[in-house]
Design a binder for this molecule. Structure first.
Ligand code: FRU
Length: 488
């Protein structure tokens, strides 16, 4: 018996060596739980919501369904961080109620207590979100979505919904959601950007409770085939100058540059009432029409943080690192979805016109530099350099002991950056996950290409040419990627 046991053990060891796939699998937690990107401890997550910074803490709320790993009745989950890398998750911030599910929205720190929610000198934080009424949806009514508010007097930990909700009734528009609010110093009022099917509507308020309609933007601008969602309107200083331009983010689903959901941007001016495209930008938009925050397939519904800006006026951003094409099928079960690394959004003026840049926030880079790239799993932050000497593709390959690989780089023939996740591991959970390579244009002429990569267990974020072309994608290898080779 003993001998037989020993014999079987030897056979098992040999079998495992010959065919590594037969090795006992790593747990989902160990293999796929990101090392430094935010994921909820359990269950389903989509869009980031209500991000604000206050007293040294970055707050992040998110579309959350605690009872399953697919989309369902929406709550706002809550997490916070001091460095935007190490996140702590808290109890649910907002629960669905008789007015509906709690859809995406924003939060502001109301320093001057314009809302009157402040008490005993405590500064109120006010969340502005969409109530989505499922009964009305099922009854095929149009007025399914309205805008509501809630306030917190303990720095975002607990919230009280306003008794006068909704603060904006539905004007007979079926898709009418995702309010993003900022304080506009020039016009001295709160401004809301709200998605309305194929355009963004702007509203103004003195107190976050009474809103008046200002204007709209869209219809035939940029990409509008899919539904417009999660807008964000904010001023940015043009790098190296004192010039201010206004940027409008609009997420669209579907219609992204590589399929499914993605976020486009527009550059213009806002006078307190109207958002008007910059003239050069408008011309460019007609010619090129590919102004995307991120060209990869997995950065959606991202918006910027409230109540914090860099000294140079740049803003901080985070996106949902997935795509509605397959988000509910990805092969993690205990939890589903992660957020991108937090990023700094800037604006530069080039010979072609104004262009957005986005790079990982400095805070994250510092924490990630201290991560060791161990031999078991490649993780962290790495500088990339590509020398383009011929028409041959240049780039890198991440691989594992199973022969699975993720390739990315630059294709001089196509003049495109690319990511190839077609043989990077599990991809049969959805036909839409990896039907082909993803591509992104290059906007600069310099011969050599500089970039950086943020690599976690199931995601790659590529920032080329100082953040002018960005690509974010997820992948699910059956064993960790532990090798990186250069294609030259
Ligand atoms: C974007 C979105 C939003 C909506 C939310 C619902 O991903 O569709 O428009 O508020 O998700 O969870």
């Amino acid at each position: 018996m003993k001998k037989f046991f020993l014999f079987s053990l030897i056979i098992l060891v040999i079998a495992c060596q010959e065919n590594p796939e037969k090795k006992p699998q790593m747990s989902e937690e160990k293999l796929y739980r990101p090392a430094f990107h935010f994921t909820p401890k359990k269950s389903w997550m989509n869009d980031p919501n209500g991000m604000f910074y206050y007293k040294g803490t970055y707050h992040l709320y998110f579309q959350y369904y605690p009872d399953d790993n697919v989309w369902g009745p929406m709550h706002w989950g809550h997490a916070s961080s001091k460095d935007m890398v190490n996140w702590e998750e808290y109890p649910i911030a907002l629960y669905p109620d008789e007015m509906g599910y709690i859809f995406s929205g924003s939060a502001v720190v109301d320093h001057n207590n314009t809302s009157g929610f402040g008490q005993n000198g405590k500064t109120p934080t006010v969340a502005i979100f969409t109530h989505h009424n499922m009964e009305k949806e099922k009854a095929a009514q149009v007025d399914v979505e309205t805008q509501s508010i809630a306030y917190s007097l303990d720095e975002g930990m607990t919230w009280t919904k306003y008794a006068g909700n909704p603060v904006i009734e539905n004007p007979e528009i079926r898709d009418f959601r995702d309010p993003k609010v900022i304080w506009d110093d020039n016009s001295n009022q709160w401004i809301m950007a709200l998605a309305a099917h194929d355009n963004v509507r702007f509203y103004a308020s003195p107190n976050l409770k009474d809103w008046s309609y200002l204007s709209n933007f869209g219809f035939d601008k940029g990409h509008y085939g899919g539904v417009w969602e999660c807008p964000d309107l904010f001023p940015l200083k043009v790098a190296g100058s004192d010039e201010i331009k206004w940027v409008l983010f609009v997420s669209i689903n579907p219609g992204g540059p590589n399929g499914g959901s993605a976020t486009q941007y527009f550059v213009g001016d806002f006078d307190g009432t109207n958002f008007v495209l910059d003239q050069d930008f408008a011309k460019d938009l007609e010619n090129r029409n590919d102004f995307w925050v991120d060209f990869g397939r997995d950065n959606y519904a991202g918006v910027t943080w409230q109540n914090i800006q860099r000294d140079n006026g740049n803003r901080l951003f985070i996106g949902w690192m997935s795509n509605w094409d397959y988000a509910q099928e990805v092969p993690t079960h205990a939890w589903r979805s992660a957020m991108t690394i937090a990023r700094e959004i800037g604006l530069i003026k080039t010979t072609q016109g104004y262009r957005l840049t986005n790079i990982p926030v400095e805070e994250a880079k510092q924490t990630l530099d201290s991560l060791t790239l161990d031999s078991e799993t490649l993780l962290g932050n790495m500088k990339l350099e590509l020398a383009v000497d011929s028409m041959k593709k240049v780039g890198y390959i991440l691989s594992n002991k199973l022969g699975e690989k993720l390739e990315f780089g630059f294709d001089p023939v196509k003049q495109n950056f690319y990511i190839d996740r077609t043989v990077a591991g599990k991809n049969d959970f959805s036909e839409k996950f990896a039907p082909q390579l993803s591509y992104a244009p290059r906007f600069t002429e310099e011969k050599n290409i500089q970039g950086s990569m943020i690599l976690d267990k199931t995601s790659i974020e590529l920032f080329w040419d100082d953040g002018r072309t960005v690509m974010t994608e997820i992948f699910f290898p059956n064993a960790p990627f532990n090798q990186i080779t250069k294609i030259e």
